[in-house]
Write a protein that binds this ligand. Sequence first.
Ligand SMILES: *[C@@H]1O[C@H](CO)[C@@H](O)[C@H](O)[C@H]1NC(C)=O
Length: 301
Amino acid sequence: MASPSSYSSSVLCFLAYCFLELFAVSTLAAAPRRPVNVPFQKNYVPTWAYDHIKSFNGGNEIQLHLDKYTGTGFQSRGSYLFGHFSMQIKMVPRDSAGTVTAFYLSSQNSEHDEIDFEFLGNRTGEPYILQTNVFTGGKGDREQRIYLWFDPTKAYHSYSVLWNMYQIVFFVDDIPIRVFKNSKDLGVRYPFNQPMKLYSSLWNADDWATRGGLEKTNWANAPFIASYRGFHIDGCEASAEAKFCATQGRRWWDQKEFRDIDSYQYRRLSWVRRRWTIYNYCQDRSRYPTMPPECRRDRDL
Ligand SMILES: *[C@@H]1O[C@H](CO)[C@@H](O)[C@H](O)[C@H]1NC(C)=O
């Protein structure tokens, strides 16, 4: 049984904890929570070509291998409706032309929702392209493309998605590179009732990936290797058929400060727009003579 003194010290601890919590919330503003480290097998399973996935350090780090026979990929065990989904990746180094490394969320039905990061490799010393896309109700064709401000093959960087009822934000490290606002009021479908799994894969796409398919994969350089770590998943787990999440509205990503990006994040995003963007479907007049409705919000960013 607890003595009175140990009781009061635990109250004190509790108060100190509250203080720390308040402090953390106010200093972090709207930065997503940092993921903790868990091994691959806790949250993920291989999707195909199991022998092309190598595990290190008890599964805290894995590699995907692509050779001329096959690429490979993995997927989350669970399905999720909203959350913050992050992965640390070190892209295929040196001559990666023709290869694509993808990290994405997707629902499993025909009118599917999907949130994509695709990293298009390049010749040694030439820049990768990061292409993002959003599918809602089976409709995609919303590509944006950027160059990165660092060499993604030299070190691990985190690529993450914040997804709640209000917005989908793509982050590279802590910098927002894209925001897809809920534009239901403009008649645009928004992912809100179909749980998604996380997927990642490495494959050969030399028919389109590098300089529009001009640069082919050089198999003399195989295997091509992408490295991963950071397998924590911070989402509301739901069965694949669920239409809502049991804890919806009560998780950190549902709170007010995550309904929009803050002013610091706006400045970072506009820096990405100015300095690093190479393609934005919202500005492609030949492809879209009439601007897609959600682009009205994209323009305000
Ligand atoms: C590859 O490098 C070329 C030349 O610098 C560049 O035009 C292209 O955008 C780069 N990235 C890809 C994926 O093609």
